[in-house]
Design a protein around this ligand. Structure first.
Ligand code: FAQ
Length: 315
């Protein structure tokens, strides 16, 4: 009998839907792909705090402010679980943050758009968190254990986020004509960027085939985008809002909603750094990191003193 290579054994485990854990052997390219995706995901969560943080001081009531603060804090928590998941692959959080700050790692395109009215909080919750759920629920079955497990709790919280966004939009949509218009305007602006969150079309997605063979991704970018459209069109009807795409119609033969062409030029421009808020997001992130250095120094010093005291006690 010919002995299997480590790589073949690894692929057999993946094919059998077994989880890969940090101490297991894994191909270097698998490790690198996971670090790339998990880091990008973590960065998205913390940069994603900015557009919503912008409205905490201007929320229209105490109740709305408390809910928004909780949501933004959840995003910070998601970032932390994800950086921890990345650390199990042998890369430090500080290294990943340095790569983000140097523009060598990405974060989601969606967070490069401005939040100009309160209704944007509703549209982000409903559409952006809605898209995030559709993308992330399959990652709870990702082949890499720590990433899959982090995603279970994240998805539960995203589900709450999506409902709060829906509720904001429902209230506005059924309020005064001006409030209805504000809700419609926010949906008009966030719809297409939300579809772009799923990544480039399958025939322009260099990473998909390998990531699917490794079961990091369970569905292709286009499959998830379609699921999102199918889920969202009926919800828009309940909200009493329209989606800004005259080509959306039920396609009986396909059994799903057909929709219009996405402007991929806009997507690739945003990825290159030319979106409306790329520069502002990075500037804010780097400043927050520099201004927060005293917290990291204090935490390191406290940890060193505590360790020294424990050692003294043991001596
Ligand atoms: N933005 O070959 P593919 C959230 C890049 S969390 C920027 O298809 P892949 C929660 C991609 O990295 C949102 N870049 O790549 C929240 C690659 O470039 P690279 C984040 C994008 O990895 C809500 C290149 O294009 N979620 O929203 C984007 O197989 C509200 C080619 O693409 C995740 O990260 C994009 N949209 O598939 C927080 C989920 N799309 O790295 C606050 C996990 C693609 O080779 C408030 N990630 N690129 O230089 C994934 O599922 C995948 O990484 C995809 C991309 C599907 C995003």
């Amino acid at each position: 009998m010919v002995a299997m290579t480590q790589e073949q054994e690894f692929q057999e485990l993946v094919d059998a839907d077994q989880r890969i854990e940090p101490r297991d052997w894994m191909p270097e390219a698998y490790r690198k792909t996971l670090i790339r995706q998990i880091a990008q995901h973590a960065h998205s969560e913390i940069i994603g705090m900015q557009p919503e943080g912008n409205w905490i001081t201007r929320a229209p009531s105490l109740r709305r402010k408390a809910i928004l603060m909780a949501k933004v804090q959840d995003e910070a928590g998601h970032g932390l679980y994800l950086y921890s998941a990345a650390e199990t692959l042998g890369v430090g959080r500080d290294e990943l943050l340095d790569l983000l700050h140097a523009g060598r790692q990405k974060y989601s395109s969606i967070f490069n758009y401005p939040t100009v009215t309160w209704a944007d909080m509703g549209a982000i919750g409903w559409l952006v968190d809605g898209a995030a759920i559709v993308n992330q629920v399959p990652i709870t079955r990702c082949s890499y254990g720590p990433y899959a497990r982090a995603m279970v709790r994240i998805c539960k919280e995203e589900s709450f986020h999506q409902r709060q966004g829906f509720e904001i939009l429902h209230t506005l949509s059924h309020g005064t004509p001006a409030q209805h218009e504000m809700a419609q305007d926010a949906v008009n602006r966030w719809w297409w960027p939300s579809l772009m969150m799923f990544g480039p079309p399958d025939d322009q997605s260099p990473n998909s085939a390998q990531s699917m063979a490794w079961k990091i991704k369970r569905f292709s970018n286009d499959e998830l985008r379609q699921k999102f459209v199918d889920m969202t069109v009926p919800q828009a009807e309940v909200l009493g809002l329209t989606l800004p795409d005259p080509e959306i119609r039920w396609d009986e033969a396909a059994g799903n909603y057909a929709f219009g062409d996405i402007d991929w030029t806009e997507f690739f421009e945003v990825l290159k750094g030319n979106g409306p808020c790329n520069a502002a997001r990075m500037e804010h992130r780097v400043r927050a990191h520099v201004e927060g250095s005293w917290v990291r120094e204090a935490a390191t010093s406290y940890a060193e003193k505590t360790a020294a005291r424990v050692q003294e006690g043991a001596a």
